[in-house]
Structure formats: C-alpha cells, structure tokens
Write a protein that binds this ligand. Structure first.
Ligand code: FES
Length: 129
C-alpha cells in the first residue's frame, strides 16, 4: 500500500480487470447480512449466488456494456427482501430471489426496462444541474 495520493499500479490494474470504464449498470443486492432483517441469510446468499452466476453465464461481466454487481450488507430497507437497487436508474426492487432476479436481468439489466411488478421506489441519480 502506498501513502501517496496517486492510484497504485495494482489499483489501476483492478479497475482495468473489472472493466470499470465499461460499466453500464450497477446492481447492489442485500445479502449475507450481519443482521438479517429483510430475509434470512441463507435466502439472500442463494439470491446472491444466482445473480453472480447468471451475470457470468450471460456474458454481462465483460465487454462493452458490463453489469457490475455488489453484495451489500444491508440497504436499510429491511422489509420484503432480498432488496436490490439498480443504477443509474435508481430502481429499487423487493423480493429479489432467483425467479425475480432472472426477470430483472432479462428485462431491466439487458432490456433496459424496469420490472414494474417488483419496484417499490425509483430515484435516478443525476449530477447537479
Ligand atoms: S437487511 Fe436487507 S435491507 Fe436491511
């Protein structure tokens, strides 16, 4: 680890390896929580493992339009989980188990259209205007 403010070669390599410049969407999923509140930990882990596997299988983890995924300990909604949120649209989903995640992947992450049946909030993030 360096104490300068410059990014290290290792850090830049990680950004390159994970295709940061090609991230088109970023999905966060509440899983493996320290304090499981929105769903039992085993169910959220099942959802997380499914999401990881399907993004890989569908070729969405590399290329020109990457879907980046992050396991969040808790997204602070803590009801009707697993909870997922997709950016840049700021689309919040409840009940994100594999059957629902598959629809989110196909319809939203690939197709660009949020899966209205499971959306409970929407707030696209925008830069200051
Ligand atoms: S425990 Fe899932 S949102 Fe808080």
């Amino acid at each position: 680890m360096s104490d300068t403010q410059q990014p290290s070669a290792e850090l830049l390599a990680a950004a390159e390896q994970y295709g940061v410049r090609n991230i088109a969407r970023h999905v966060f999923l509440c899983a493996d929580q320290t304090e499981p509140k929105c769903a039992p930990r085993e169910r959220t882990l099942e959802a997380w493992n499914f999401l990881k596997r399907r993004l890989q299988e569908l070729g969405l983890t590399a290329g020109e339009r990457i879907v980046y995924r992050t396991k969040a300990n808790c997204l602070r909604m803590c009801e009707q989980g697993p909870i997922a949120v997709v950016y840049p649209e700021g689309t919040w989903y409840h009940s994100a188990m594999p059957d629902v995640l598959e629809q989110i992947i196909q319809q939203h992450l690939i197709g660009g259209v949020p899966l209205a049946d499971y959306v409970f909030a929407t707030n696209p993030l925008t830069a200051d205007e």
